[in-house]
Design a protein around this ligand. Structure first.
Ligand code: SF4
Length: 402
């Protein structure tokens, strides 16, 4: 089928199959991809509103046994640079988030063998007790699988326990590319196969949670495999309707074992546009300004995105791989309005919360994203000693001298 005929299908609101999506991705000029993606965005969001959320991206530990070769963030068990945040440190981060109008934590971390399920349950309960209306968007599917293996409980039961403790929604991290050939090459098939990742999301949706979905492209996958990833998400969305949004970003190669080069901004815009066209049953697509910077983030609004993602406040994972863009609420709103849209705050369910908060009250400007901890802070939180460790290094830490 010609590109023009495929473009007509998109304009008519018809669904593309894998071959059509691939033909479009390979052959359509970038301007055509953008125009088609924008047509889909306008169909779904005719009001010209572009949303964003004020939340904080917190990584509770960097210790991880998964050792994905594209990851610059993790530290192996026993590393002198490994950390686990204490409950008090997390409360302080929540206080700071609330002070700038934030409504949730995006809480993710490494697969730390020394944090049992009870640690997460106690943390979630403690947060909900202090901040009853504050939301926990927490634990990507591979983390849930890690907890399932660690606790020897099936995934639905782990989710049930986490929900009872306060889990509100699940972030779509750890999807990378949902094709096992790629996952094997990235050393991440062990943390979750494509089917396992999708299955956690299926269970989460069945349990009543809404989740997001992601794609990290630009490592070893082919264009056809990027499309297979999108089609697998589309098919689960047909089944459950539980995804609120899709976010794609390019692999950040600095300081990783895999190394390589970063995809260009044009590749990002083409991939975003294709995602908007293929994922016809997803309501929302976020711009990934944290990997692309503010300008490409703003341009994303013409390539299918209807949401600027998160004000974020803190970021550790992308920064470890070399990208360090920062935008506070003022900057995000400026980018949205300069592109001709109306900026509105939202929650994780994409319900509108109101106009920019900095126009309602004074909030401190944020010129740099915070980090999990000050450099060199390797303190061990006191409550950690209450929880049984699995690793030898973790067990050593728990030995309290008489
Ligand atoms: S991507 Fe996640 S699971 Fe993989 S090594 Fe990094 S922290 Fe661990």
């Amino acid at each position: 089928m010609t590109v023009e005929r495929i473009a007509e299908k998109v304009r008519a609101g018809e669904r593309l199959n894998a071959a059509e999506a691939l033909e479009l991705y390979r052959r359509a000029p970038t301007s055509v991809l953008g125009e088609l993606a924008d047509t889909v965005r306008v169909r779904k969001h005719p009001d010209g509103v572009v949303t964003y959320i004020i939340d904080r991206n917190v990584n509770y530990t960097n210790v991880c046994v998964a050792r994905c070769n594209f990851c610059a963030f993790y530290r192996p068990v026993g590393s002198s640079e490994g950390y686990v945040l204490g409950f008090d440190e997390l409360f302080r981060k929540i206080d700071e988030t609330i002070a700038v109008g934030g409504v949730q934590l995006l809480l993710q971390g490494g697969h730390n063998p020394d944090l049992p399920l009870s640690w997460y349950e106690d943390l979630f309960r403690a947060i909900k007790e202090r901040y009853p209306s504050f939301k926990l968007h927490a634990l990507s599917p591979p983390e849930v699988i890690h907890l399932s293996r660690l606790s020897q409980l099936p995934v639905p039961q782990v989710l049930e326990r986490l929900i009872a403790a306060g889990l509100d929604s699940v972030p779509g991290g750890g999807a990378e590319i949902l094709v096992d050939r790629v996952r094997t090459l990235l050393h991440c098939v062990g943390k979750a196969t494509a089917d396992e990742w999708l299955d956690v999301m299926r269970h989460a949706h069945r349990a009543g949670l809404r989740t997001t979905a992601t794609m990290m492209y630009g490592t070893v996958e082919t264009a056809a495999e990027r499309i297979e990833h999108l089609l697998r998400l589309r098919s689960l969305q047909d089944e459950t309707g539980g995804f609120t949004a899709f976010i794609t970003w390019s692999y950040q190669p600095d300081h990783t074992e895999l190394a390589g080069t970063e995809a260009t901004g044009v590749d990002y815009l083409r991939t975003l546009a294709l995602s908007r066209i293929v994922l016809d049953n997803f309501d929302n697509l976020q711009a990934s300004w944290v990997t692309q910077g503010g300008k490409v983030g703003q341009l994303s609004l013409a390539y299918g995105a209807n949401d600027m993602g998160s004000v974020m406040i803190e970021e550790n994972v992308v920064r470890a791989a070399g990208a360090s863009y920062c935008m506070d609420e003022v900057e995000i709103v400026r980018n949205i309005e300069d592109a001709g849209f109306v900026a509105k705050r939202r929650n994780m369910h994409y319900e509108l919360l109101g106009d920019p908060i900095f126009r309602e009250r004074q909030v401190p400007r944020m010129l740099e994203l915070a980090t999990a901890r000050e450099d060199g802070d390797v303190s061990v939180p006191g409550e950690l000693l209450k929880y049984p460790a699995r690793s030898r290094a973790g067990k050593q830490l728990r030995i309290i001298p008489n």
